[in-house]
Write a protein that binds this ligand. Structure first.
Ligand code: IPE
Ligand code: IPE
Ligand code: MG
Length: 235
């Protein structure tokens, strides 16, 4: 497929929001919104890979989402686990590498195992990287990076941006170019705080289960029209 835009962001991050409200609007339980949201995620992953995105970060479960009802939390964990187990062929076909960002420790063992297995099984693939954020918080990642630096014997007085960045969960993944949030809220909700420092921001009112490849293309179009200055003066 030919990309519709000429300037393609290298790293796109999506806050996949609005599943619960999508379900509520239909008189269905929130969980059915999550099930439908997973279908959207697959659609968008395939499309992003087709148009040549190199890194796609998907916010699946935040460090704050544990505050939700146990039933919803369990459902989301189950969904992540079965998806990773069943989608190996989907990733293999497209050469998609799966990575995870977030604190693995609090994630239930069964889900953690599937995450580690998916990372292991897709490590050698050379297509797009899908970075799945589970038990992820931007602040938490920064704190864990600083701890890692110190635990490795780093000098507290020499801690600088490069040293911190190289201790993030995936130092090989570049800064975020385009951040998309669906579902109508205009906030970051602790998403890739460090990496989004100079990201372009695209907000969509559409609930995630209703999101389609055309919406994604619209976000790419928006990105293409931005003039990125990174604090400098355009020449
Ligand atoms: C986003 O949808 C998915 C997760 C947070 C896991 P929500 O569940 O937050 O849906 P809304 O925002 O309540 O509609
Ligand atoms: C952000 O959405 C987290 C994910 C999409 C996984 P939330 O629905 O949790 O964020 P808030 O509560 O509206 O800020
Ligand atoms: Mg939400």
């Amino acid at each position: 497929m030919t990309p519709e835009t000429s300037i393609i962001p290298r790293h796109v991050g999506i806050i996949m929001d609005g599943n619960g409200r999508w379900a509520k609007k239909r008189g269905q339980p929130r969980t059915s919104g999550h099930r439908e949201g997973l279908e959207t995620a697959k659609r968008i992953v395939a499309h992003a890979s087709d148009v040549g995105i190199s890194f796609l970060s998907l916010y699946a479960f935040s460090t704050e989402n544990w505050r939700r009802a146990e039933e919803e939390v369990n459902f989301l964990m189950g969904l992540i686990k079965t998806h990773l187990r069943k989608q190996y062929d989907f990733y293999k076909e497209r050469g998609i590498r799966v990575t995870h960002s977030g604190d693995l420790e609090r994630i239930p063992q069964g889900v953690r195992d599937e995450i580690l297995l998916a990372e292991e099984d897709t490590r050698s693939f050379d297509g797009m990287t899908v970075n799945i954020l589970v038990n992820y918080g931007g602040r938490d990642e920064i704190v864990r990076a600083a701890s890692r630096y110190l635990a490795d014997g780093g000098d507290p007085h020499s801690l600088d941006e490069d040293a911190l960045a190289s201790n993030l969960d995936h130092p090989e993944i570049p800064d975020l170019d385009l951040m998309i949030r669906t579902g109508g809220e205009i906030r970051l909700s602790n998403f890739l705080i460090w990496q989004a420092a100079y990201a372009e921001l695209f907000f969509s009112d559409v609930f995630w289960p209703d999101w389609d490849v055309d919406h994604f293309d619209e976000a790419l179009k928006y990105f293409e029209q931005r003039q990125r200055r990174f604090g400098g003066i355009p020449g």
